[in-house]
Write a protein that binds this ligand. Structure first.
Ligand code: AQP
Length: 347
């Protein structure tokens, strides 16, 4: 290797690790896109990080799915990562279940995670209320598997929406506890929350976050919605009884729409307010629908193309799993040693 190549390698070595996962629990929404995926692409393209992006299919098992529907959603989530601009030549892209170290470290971390701290997780409380007939152990221990997802790769930053902050905090607590017992084993990850990753709300109930598992199709914009569907949903979006396009206390509906418009157009919320001065909610909702439809259209078209090329998706997943597994095993070897397990024979 010549000196330039060596310098390049050394630079590469020093790059920080960024990691993010998306659950295949429904069609990916505008909330997922603006809050997460669009930032993931920017982080990847900045060249400052080595990025890992995965479909969190094991996490999706915490709620019941029809198996063939789940399989379709997993392919679709992978196609969506690519369709939004995640490039498998620049980032490691894989399915969580294809890298066995996630489940292994997840179990080990379960043994270092306290019942009390899991009981306090907002997502557990929300999901156990929503799926009252299926409050399974996986739903409860979800945060320790998520901690494993992050800690396996000695991740520096986790770009997430505001809603996931608590999960990063518990991952940090688990890592700190483990490091305290056994010495430095895991890098302590930082959440990376940008302005546009602030919560995008439901179009029907703007006090709730926009979630892909929402059963009301009008509440969410998905990356597979047609232009017409997007515009109709924005026209019907719930707003308060006012008429001025201005952010304000208790005006959750209009605040959400201004936030969406600002994220999609890269304008500040003040600029959006100025642009729509003197215009009513009707005009603004239509404009929102149009800018979102313009942004989603090329993404939707790419996702549909990828969905028609399952062989390609499988090749991406296989290569990504091999790359991820090599990295993950380094951490697993360390963890085995630290906790007193016997190293696995190398076959
Ligand atoms: N409404 C949202 N606004 C901003 N960011 C959001 N994210 C999700 N919803 C919003 C971000 O998307 C990333 C991937 O999310 P996930 O699939 O891992 O889990 P989630 O947060 O539980 O997403 P959903 O859509 O609400 O799924 P379901 O309905 O299955 O629970 C995360 O970075 C998240 O912050």
């Amino acid at each position: 290797m010549n000196s330039t190549a060596l310098a390049e390698e050394a630079k590469k070595e020093k790059k920080k690790i960024s990691l993010s996962f998306i659950q295949p629990s429904g069609n990916i929404t505008l909330g997922n896109y603006l809050g997460a995926l669009s930032n993931w692409v920017k982080i990847q393209d900045s060249g400052e990080f080595d990025c890992l992006y995965a479909v969190a299919d094991l996490h999706a098992l915490t709620v019941r799915h029809d198996p063939s529907e789940l399989r379709k959603l997993i392919y679709q989530a992978l196609a969506t990562l690519l369709g939004c601009g995640i490039d498998p030549e620049k980032s490691i892209v894989f399915l969580q279940s294809h890298v066995h170290q996630h489940a292994e470290l997840g179990w080990i971390l379960d043994c270092y995670t306290m019942f009390g701290e899991l009981s306090r997780m907002t997502q557990f409380k929300d999901k156990s209320a929503k799926y009252a007939d299926n409050i399974n152990a996986g739903l409860f221990t979800y945060p320790s598997l998520m901690a494993a997802d992050i800690l396996l790769y000695q991740t520096d930053v986790v770009p997430v929406g505001q809603d996931q902050k608590q999960h990063i905090e518990i991952a940090r607590d688990i890592a700190t506890r483990f490091n305290g017992l056994y010495g430095n084993t895991f890098k302590i990850p930082e959440p990376y929350i940008t302005k546009s990753s602030a919560k995008i709300a439901s179009l029907v109930d703007p006090t709730k976050k926009m979630s892909k598992s929402d059963t009301n199709a009008n509440a969410i914009i998905t990356v597979l919605d047609t232009d017409d569907q997007i515009i109709k949903k924005f026209k019907r979006a719930v707003t308060d009884s006012g008429s001025e396009v201005k952010m304000g206390e208790g005006k959750d509906g209009i605040n959400n729409l201004i936030g969406i418009y600002s994220a999609v157009t890269d304008m500040t919320t003040e600029e959006v307010e100025r642009q729509f001065e003197g215009k009513g909610y009707g005009d603004f909702k239509l404009a929102c629908g149009e800018v979102v439809a313009d942004r989603i259209r090329p993404i939707r078209e790419r996702i549909l193309d990828y969905m028609n090329n399952k062989d390609y998706l499988e090749r991406v997943a296989q290569r990504g799993a091999e790359q991820a597994s090599r990295l993950a095993q380094r951490t697993m070897d360390k963890v085995f040693k630290k906790v007193g397990l016997v190293a696995k024979p190398r076959g």
